[in-house]
Write a protein that binds this ligand. Structure first.
Ligand code: HEM
Length: 476
């Protein structure tokens, strides 16, 4: 599809408000319904309310809902025209929350290139590949502490393992201080995207938003103390150390302000996507016995049964297909946002500066020509397709494409293999799973699951109810 040939549907007044409301209430079904009813290019024109920290304003520019490779290619390739948004909240003038709300996704040009360069060494493929033995060891140690024959919160347990990967291998090693700071950064990002916080973005002691603003002050103090200890000792695998010991884009030593602008959002970025990817992959595998059986055969055959050599996960084609397919049907970051930096155009239609565009990877990953039966979890499809990043934008695309894609692909595979070679997951009867986008796709409530011994026979999958069924086909 060529974006230039797609005719937009432009809505104003009440119709625009209605679709904007649907989108704001539940963005994935909201955009899916818009896509089905109106097509992949919907312009909700002027006059929509815009909620910003401290004020509710009227958005005098369009909100554009798009999906599809052509739109990804057009908007993601031009960061000078279309800037990303902050993952953190912004806040009152001179507050830590305001100072943190920059982040790499809002940068373009030289400054952006400068920070991307700093991430190259810690996230380099050869470094990640050399780390797989250590990653496997960490995964096995962590999973060995999971209580067999007990009911756990899967989301919470997955968080622990994924966050440990990030802290140990990207932020200088696990310590009380680094773990606490990473956790604070992650929760800050999560709470920023909590609609209840942003529905009342007023800085008062009793509001959720007020709590975010206060916690940002604490995070800033702790973060700067932690980074101060890293100055003068360069560790090339530690993102915080690399930043603290580098020069900024103008050649001056990186000061505290630059650290505070860049580091906090990196904590969330480095953990939350992997947590989402691994949780949904486990659910989807448990819900598809034939996939599970084939995956277990591959793990057993290629890695060895009792003590699998998880560092060889990179050689397993079916595991690779399962992880890709899980991220296709339930993308960890299902939406990307862009703001026009100048008067520009989308698919030949003029757009004023300030236009907000929402790109939808959930829908892009269902393009019928490339992914027939798009709601069906079918890993085998990956043996015959090789989509471009614009056609499969789970890690974004273009100059802001995720630099952590290889790290987390390996991390998720290792953790998935480690869990499946030890346990079978059994969801209790009457499991209901609703989800939210915050900004990663996650279960709305506790996700209880029983851990059974691996040698226990396979049981039929538990029928799952809840809104998750609107996103993916699951067995009845
Ligand atoms: C499964 C795991 C992950 C997923 C699904 C994911 C997804 C994404 C996506 C979709 C973007 C682009 C956002 C946009 O353009 O609006 C992005 C950007 C980014 N991600 Fe990831 N990510 C993951 C893991 C990681 C990890 C482990 C790191 C490590 C630090 C990381 C660091 C970043 C950074 C720094 C950016 C911004 C890049 C830039 O602006 O140039 N991500 N990620």
């Amino acid at each position: 599809m060529d974006a230039a040939t797609v005719k937009p549907v432009r809505l104003t007044g009440l119709a625009a408000l209605r679709w904007a409301w649907r989108f704001a209430s539940d963005p994935l079904p909201g955009t899916r319904r818009a896509f089905e009813a109106l097509g992949p290019y919907v312009i909700l024109a002027e006059g929509l309310p815009l909620i910003r920290p401290g004020r509710v304003a009227v958005l005098g520019v369009p909100l554009v809902l798009t999906a599809g490779a052509a739109f990804y290619s057009e908007l993601m390739s031009r960061p000078d025209r279309w800037r990303g948004v902050s993952l953190l909240p912004g806040g009152p003038k001179k507050s830590a929350a305001r100072r943190m709300s920059s982040g790499m996704m809002r940068l373009a040009g030289e400054q952006h290139a400068h920070y991307r360069k700093l991430l190259v060494q810690p996230l380099r493929k050869t470094r990640v590949d050399a780390l797989t033995k250590d990653m496997a060891r960490l995964a096995e140690t962590e999973i060995a502490s999971w209580p067999i024959e007990s009911n756990i919160d899967l989301w919470d347990h997955v968080r622990r393992i994924v966050q440990k990967f990030a802290v140990e291998f990207l932020f200088g090693g696990i310590s009380e201080q680094s773990s606490a700071i990473t956790e604070m950064g992650c929760r800050m990002m999560e709470r920023t995207w909590d609609r209840r916080a942003m529905a009342l973005p007023v800085n008062l002691p009793v509001t959720r938003y007020g709590r975010i603003v206060r916690d940002a002050e604490i995070l800033e103090r702790r973060l700067l103390a932690w980074v101060a200890a890293k100055r003068g000792h360069l560790d090339e695998g530690d993102i915080a150390s690399v930043m603290a010991n580098s020069r900024d884009a103008r050649g001056n030593p990186t000061d505290d302000a630059a650290i505070i602008e860049q580091l906090p959002s990196l904590f969330g970025l480095s953990s939350e996507g992997g947590q989402s990817a691994l949780t949904w992959a486990l659910l989807l595998v448990a819900q598809h016995p034939q996939v599970e059986a084939r995956l277990r055969d591959e793990l057993h055959g290629k890695l060895g049964g009792a003590s699998p050599s998880l560092d060889r996960v990179g050689e397993l084609p079916y595991l690779d297909a399962v992880v890709k397919e899980a991220m296709r049907v339930l993308p960890p970051v299902p939406l990307q946002f862009r703001v026009a930096q100048q008067n520009t155009a989308i698919a030949g239609q003029d757009m004023p500066r300030g236009t907000r565009a929402v790109l939808n990877s959930y829908l892009t990953n269902r393009a019928p020509g490339l992914y027939p039966d798009g709601d069906v979890f079918r890993p085998e499809r990956w043996f015959t397709i090789a989509p471009s990043a614009f056609e499969f934008p789970v890690f974004g695309a273009g100059p802001h494409m995720c630099p952590g894609a290889w790290f987390d692909t390996i991390a998720v595979k290792i953790a998935l293999a480690a869990i499946l070679t030890r346990f079978r997951l059994e969801f209790p009867s009457h499991t209901r799973i609703d989800y939210q986008t915050q900004p990663t796709l996650r279960p709305r409530r506790r996700l209880g699951v029983a851990l059974r011994r691996n040698d226990a026979g396979a049981t039929p999958p538990t029928p799952i109810t809840g809104a998750i069924r609107d996103l993916v086909k699951l067995p009845q």
